[in-house]
Design a protein around this ligand. Structure first.
Ligand code: GDG
Length: 461
């Protein structure tokens, strides 16, 4: 088997508690096959001290990491990746900021990564690059003589061409992305948006099926929905400790029904809209007062970006407002936890909650939706309420699909979930579980790597 080299902006620590879909996805798969993981180690150093590469072995995985400078961190990571690409790809042009310094830094860091990685590669390695931070990496490796097969997976949505065109650097980025041999998307919508851009604005053509030809390159643009390790998550939710936590949840909580939301505190996750929907639930169906609680876990993320500080303030104000208006001495309607919670506690909380509320305004896939399904007791499962704008909705159609912008729609769906008879819950859950199993982490990784491992596309000649 050829050696697998994974490259992502941030290399996760296999021994630490991880938050964030990408790290969870990669770790699950890499541990199984082994290989190298290359990227930033999370450290910021003074450029005078040198920006060296360090290696650590962790079981069958070699972690090769390098630091960033303060300037890189500000301009490449916060500025271009999270201040321009992230909002554009999530259809939030209003929050996107474009500056020449930031796009120069994006090029610079990608060149530096390529410079450090190229000498570590052998001819047979297959290279799998992850996410929007590293779009130009294939071109930068190619310029340094790497002739390996290189694949790219986009974890976030690919926007429609008219949104993408608002970005000053989009032509350069699109030229860079087409240097990959295989490009993976979360959904058919993302893949279609990409192909439309290539065919309508770059003179590309679909050669056959998912194979595209553009500017002399032939590439496969296909859908590989990201998934979770279902069995290990389900097992975590059903341990004796998890049972104890669930009992504790129901003992401490006066409420009968627990609704749960778990999201990094990101403006794409629709958290203020979710709290407003919960408020509507209490207004439209007052019988839920003192009977239902919303537990929202929202660990901090990218706090230096202003839009993230704004959303935190908004959320704190909203939960205070709802608790002040509806709460009583013996009932707190919203329990808001702004910190990282251990993964096994999350699994128990999912299992102990009758409703899983996953209502992003836009999301590449959303693994929380899949984790909620995996954690349920098959005999008496909870109900998933899922935004139509999460990539997961393309597949998980037996969830209650909602429009997260419409508070009444979400409130009605929550009520339907609370009242749903056990037979219907079981039927929906069984269907959902089989879809989550079908697109699990192993299949996601396996199918992408099979496409990347295959010889150049038959129609390339
Ligand atoms: C990106 C894309 C795509 C959350 N809070 C805690 C915690 N988490 C874990 C969840 C889940 C993961 O983080 C979040 O994954 P998502 O998929 O929901 O979202 P993003 O982080 O935005 O991930 C997304 C994903 O990449 C994969 O391709 O689905 O669309 O945006 O696993 O459980 N984990 C722990 N404590 C927390 O407090 N331990």
């Amino acid at each position: 088997m050829r050696r697998l080299v994974i490259v992502s902006n941030r290399v996760g620590d296999p021994e630490c508690e991880v938050t964030g879909g990408l790290t969870v996805c990669i770790l699950d798969g890499l541990r199984e096959r082994g290989g190298m993981w290359f990227g930033w180690n999370g450290e910021i150093v003074d450029p005078e001290d040198g920006i060296g590469v360090s290696c650590t072995r962790c079981g069958n995985v070699i972690l090769v990491t390098m630091p960033l400078t303060e300037e890189d961190y500000q301009e490449y990571y916060l500025g271009f990746c999270n201040g321009a690409l992230w909002p554009v790809h999530h259809y939030r042009l209003d929050l996107a900021r474009f500056t020449q310094e930031n796009s120069d830094a994006y090029r610079r860091v990608n060149e530096r990564f390529a410079e450090a990685l190229a000498p570590l590669l052998t001819r047979d390695d297959i290279i799998w690059v992850h996410d929007y931070h590293l779009i130009p990496l294939a071109a930068a490796l190619w310029a340094r003589g790497a002739r390996n097969r290189i694949g790219f997976f986009l974890h976030i949505p690919f926007p429609s061409p008219d949104i993408l065109m608002a970005m000053p650097e989009h032509e350069w980025l699109m030229n860079a992305i087409t240097r990959y041999d295989v490009i993976g998307f979360q959904t058919k919508t993302d893949q279609a948006n990409f192909c439309r851009f290539v065919c309508e604005h770059m003179g590309g053509e679909m050669v056959r099926g998912e194979v595209l030809r553009v500017a002399g390159n032939t590439l496969l643009a296909a859908v590989f929905p990201a998934g979770i390790d279902v069995d290990s998550f389900a097992a975590m939710a059903a341990t004796p400790e998890a049972e104890e936590r669930i009992e504790w949840l129901h003992r401490c909580g006066e409420a009968r029904v627990n609704i749960i939301g778990v999201d990094r505190l990101d403006y794409t996750k629709g958290l203020p809209e979710r709290l407003r929907s919960f408020k509507r639930l209490l207004e439209l169906y007052p019988q839920n007062c003192k009977a239902v609680t919303l537990m929202q876990i929202a660990p901090p993320t990218r706090e230096e970006v202003k839009a993230y500080a704004d959303i935190r303030r908004e959320l704190e104000a909203l939960s205070g407002e709802i608790n002040g208006q509806f709460g009583d001495f013996d009932w707190t309607p919203v329990r808001y936890v702004h910190r990282n919670v251990p993964r096994n506690t999350l699994a128990a909380l999912f299992r102990g909650s009758q409703v899983g509320l996953v209502t992003p305004l836009r999301d590449g896939m959303n693994l929380v939706a899949k984790e909620y399904i995996a954690a349920q007791d098959k005999a008496n499962p909870g109900v998933l309420v899922l935004s139509r704008f999460a990539g997961a909705a393309e597949d998980l159609e037996e969830a209650l699909i909602v429009n997260p912008y419409d508070a009444d729609d979400v409130a009605h769906a929550m009520q339907r979930a609370i009242e749903m008879p056990r037979e219907e819950r079981r039927a929906r859950h069984a269907a959902l579980l089989s879809r989550v199993r079908q697109h699990n982490a192993g299949n996601w990784m396996g199918s992408f790597l099979r496409a990347l491992d295959a010889p150049a596309h038959p129609l390339a000649a």
